[in-house]
Write a protein that binds this ligand. Structure first.
Ligand SMILES: C[S@@+](CC[C@H](N)C(=O)[O-])C[C@H]1O[C@@H](n2cnc3c(N)ncnc32)[C@H](O)[C@@H]1O
Length: 181
């Protein structure tokens, strides 16, 4: 039998644990970039404007649950796809959702630590502060003849080759940019 003081102890411990989970969710999962995923139709709209060729490599920086890469493979099954995600929950979800796709690899990493120069297409739906941190890598990648796509935000002092308004826009994303040489 559990007496009242044990019930009380259980309640206090559960409350502390719940509080810890909420804080951990904010710190580990959401981090400094909101976890706002693009809709399938929006991803299709963007990717269908790119010429995805077999054997090309696409990297999604901050890949969330991997949905951009799954759509990319649907459009071009011979594409090599890489997802980079630092938050544990989306990373695990992306690993699970892409487990049957041999040409999709997901890495748990900070995007600042990932070498993008060998990827033909770099996809980044990230906040401006992070895009600005990545600006030197983006410049090098573009000068290597790779294409860069950013959604909603641009790194400072970058002139896109193309600016597109989304037909399938949302509260958080209504435009995207393409940069190449
Ligand atoms: C706006 S969501 C975009 C998700 C997906 N690419 C999409 O377009 O639907 C941004 C993602 O970037 C991740 N992220 C934020 N900062 C990161 C960093 N420094 N390194 C790796 N991933 C990061 C977040 O956890 C989140 O999953």
């Amino acid at each position: 039998m559990i007496d009242f003081s044990q019930y009380l102890m259980l309640f206090i411990v559960s409350t502390i644990l719940a509080g810890f989970c909420v804080l951990a969710y904010d710190k580990i999962i959401v981090g400094k970039v909101p976890y706002k995923l693009l809709q399938e139709e929006t991803i299709q709209e963007i990717l269908s404007c790119l010429q995805l060729e077999p054997k090309q490599t696409i990297v999604d920086l901050g890949c969330g649950d991997g949905r951009v890469l799954i759509e990319a493979v649907r459009l071009q099954p011979k594409l090599k796809c890489i997802g980079v995600e630092k938050a544990i929950f989306p990373y695990l979800l992306a690993r699970y959702k892409t487990k049957n796709y041999k040409n999709i690899k997901i890495y748990r990493k900070d995007v600042r630590q990932y070498d993008i120069t060998k990827s033909d297409i770099v996809f980044a739906y990230l906040l401006p502060s992070l895009l600005n941190d990545l600006a030197p890598n983006f410049r090098q990648s573009i000068s290597n003849d790779n294409q860069l796509v950013t959604v909603q935000y641009k790194p400072n002092d970058f002139d896109p080759s193309l600016e597109c308004k989304l037909k399938n826009k949302s509260e958080f994303a209504d435009r995207w940019y393409l940069y190449h040489n």
